[in-house]
Each structure stands twice: as structure tokens, then as C-alpha cells.
Design a protein around this ligand. Sequence first.
Ligand SMILES: Nc1ncnc2c1ncn2[C@@H]1O[C@H](COP(=O)(O)OP(=O)(O)OP(=O)(O)O)[C@@H](O)[C@H]1O
Ligand SMILES: CC(=O)N[C@H]1[C@@H]2OC[C@@H](O2)[C@@H](O)[C@@H]1O[C@H](C)C(=O)O
Length: 369
Amino acid sequence: MLKPGPVWAAGTMSGTSLDGVDAALVLSDGEQIFDFGRSEYRPYSDSERHVLHAALGCWPDDEGVDAAAEVVETAHAEILSGFSEASLIGFHGQTLAHDPDGRHGLRRTHQAGDGSVLAEVLGRPVVWDFRSTDVEMGGQGAPLAPFFHFACAKYAGLTGPVVFLNLGGVGNVTWVDPRQPGPEVPGAVLAFDTGPANAPINDLMRMRRKLDQDEGGALALEGRVDEAVLQGFLNHPYFLRMPPKSLDRNDFHDMLSRVSELSDADAAATLTACAAASVVRGGEHYPVPPEAIYVTGGGRLNAALMVALQSRMNIPVQPIEDIGLDGDMLEAQAFAYLAVRVARGLPTSGPSTTGVGALIGGGKISRPG
Ligand SMILES: Nc1ncnc2c1ncn2[C@@H]1O[C@H](COP(=O)(O)OP(=O)(O)OP(=O)(O)O)[C@@H](O)[C@H]1O
Ligand SMILES: CC(=O)N[C@H]1[C@@H]2OC[C@@H](O2)[C@@H](O)[C@@H]1O[C@H](C)C(=O)O
């Protein structure tokens, strides 16, 4: 068992954009955040990314999964070997497939990478497979960052309800009331995935311009939003579902065909408006209006997306740096914090975050032999 008091844990995230691995240190006792430490980013090479892309949608027994797991384990072993000050590792792995509602068969979620292999290589305990138990118990298995977002709101000294918005490949929000004593208390957090965020914009840029992303949102800023496409997108049944709810990267696979008739700039503007509008639609579910929205993830660097959000909302939409947090590393930090919670036997999700029936602690702990 973990010694009492705060410990330094290193968390990692390999997100749905498949760009690379983030790793970051957090000093925590699993409840409070005492400090944030250094962080690092290790990009995937083109060939590694190709292997991961090819394995998207795969389940553990499918062909191609072993190669993807090896890429994930190798990249994580490399980046984590530099974090010798961490006594505990929180290893998220790479989500390849996520079907918590069993729409394609079994209800399940799949993060590639074996934490027991990393525990051996690193010689330290590794907490991993954070999402499976939640799904097995009837939850969505995502988002899992909300309990960490609650601790962040306390760390930042916030005093009223706010929203943390992560704009990664997929968007997700956590509505947080930091006046509550802890994240497990009813009314402290409400979380769900909002819709596609950067993934369709990236896919468009790759297909039409051979670029990885719409840098700064420059192309979208040149274009005009096609209102008919936007309205059609908002008719998707996902937006009628009550939270908790979560998405697979491929759930909105038809986004590019929706904009196929538009110019590059209009298509970028329209996909950007779709991402922003889906976040706004999500606002219907907040128990109490938030005082501000703090944006984390790569999408906060897309000016077109930030402008589209602010123009649709009457509360401040600010990058999370404005409250002293690191928008590039928040997800990696989340899995460091959650690793400490798992090691201490504290819950990592509950009815208001993943929809699981009761508070549960997910995650396996693998120790070096
Ligand atoms: N300077 C920038 N201009 C425009 N977009 C950017 C910029 N920097 C990052 N992005 C967008 O953010 C994405 C990366 O975001 P992030 O790292 O938060 O995603 P992720 O963690 O992989 O995804 P998820 O949170 O869904 O798992 C990039 O793929 C790109 O679309
Ligand atoms: C299944 C899965 O990996 N989901 C990710 C993904 O990326 C963003 C969004 O979709 C969120 O639900 C989740 O990640 C964050 C870190 C979470 O669990 O809170």
C-alpha cells in the first residue's frame, strides 16, 4: 500500500489525435493536489502513427493490435524512464475502440498497452486499464478526468460553478461546483462528451491540404459557415441523449461527407462551428449556469474555435492557463492523480461522471516482480 500523505505520481495520455504521448508529474494524496511537477511530450514517428491509425477500431483479439500495443509500450517506456522521481505511474494507454453501449456487439472499451510490461521495465508500480471496470459495471468508462477537474478547481481557488472544456479529438466537459466538499458528493460534478472537436478538422486538413491541423484556425477564419450543414449536424441523435454519455472517435465518421461540397475554407469554418455548437448544446445539461468556461486541450490554440465558442456564449470562454493550469498536460496530470486515487482505494468515477450505478474505483495495479 502507498505510504500516507502526498506522493509524486507520473501520469500519461496518448490521446485520440494520435500525435504523441504526454507525461506529467503531480504531487497528491488522491484528494488534494499539492503541486504540479515537470512534464514532457514524446511525439509518435510517422511509422508509429501509421501503426496506431491502422489499429483504430480494433479490439484486443483483432489483428494489428499487438503491433499497436508494442508502439504504445515502447513510447511510454521511453518517456517514463525520465521520470525517476515518480513513485507511482498512471498509464492510460491508447484508446483504439470504445463501445460502452454495445452498439456494435459487446459493451466494452479498449486501451492498447499493457501496464504490467511497463511495471517490469520501469521497476515501479503502474496503475492502468482505468476504464474497463466502469464499463463492466454499466458505466460509459469516460470521461474520467472529472474528479481531477474538481481537485483542479480547488487548487485554483475557484469559488463558484465553472466548466472545464477539453477540446481534443473529441470534446468533453466537466461542470464543477467547488463549494462541495468532494467530487463524490451529489451535485459536485457533471460530465460528458460534447461531440467531435478537432478530429474532423484534422481529417479535413489531411485530406484536402496534406496538413495535420488547421494551424491557429487560420483556414476556418477565412471561410463561411454553411448553416444547413450545421443544422443537419445538430439533428444527430447524440445531442438528444441525456448525460452521462461518451463517444468513440469514429462515432461521427460522416463529418467529412457532410462538407464534401464546400470549399476548403468553408468546410473548415463549418466543422469548427459544429464543434463549437455541440459544446453549446451540452450547456443545456448544466445544473446551474457556470461562471466561466476554462478550455484545455489543443483546441484552445485554434482561434477560430475559440471565437466560435465565445460568440455563442454569454460567459467568459478562457484558456485554462488563465487560472494557472497547463492546457497541454491536464489529461496526463489527470491520470497521475487518478493513479494515486486507485492506489489509495478511492473512487475514480460515479453516477454523475460516467453514469455507473455507484461510485467505483477502476484501474489495475501492476507491480514489478
Ligand atoms: N496551434 C494549433 N492550432 C490549431 N489546432 C491545434 C493547435 N495545436 C493543437 N491543435 C489541435 O489540437 C489537437 C490535439 O489536441 P489534444 O492533444 O488535446 O488531443 P488529444 O489528447 O489527442 O485528444 P483527446 O483529448 O480527444 O484524447 C491537434 O490534433 C489539433 O487538432
Ligand atoms: C474512451 C476515451 O479514451 N475517451 C477519451 C476521449 O478523449 C476526450 C474524450 O474522448 C474523453 O471521453 C476521454 O478522455 C478524457 C481524458 C477523460 O476520460 O476524461
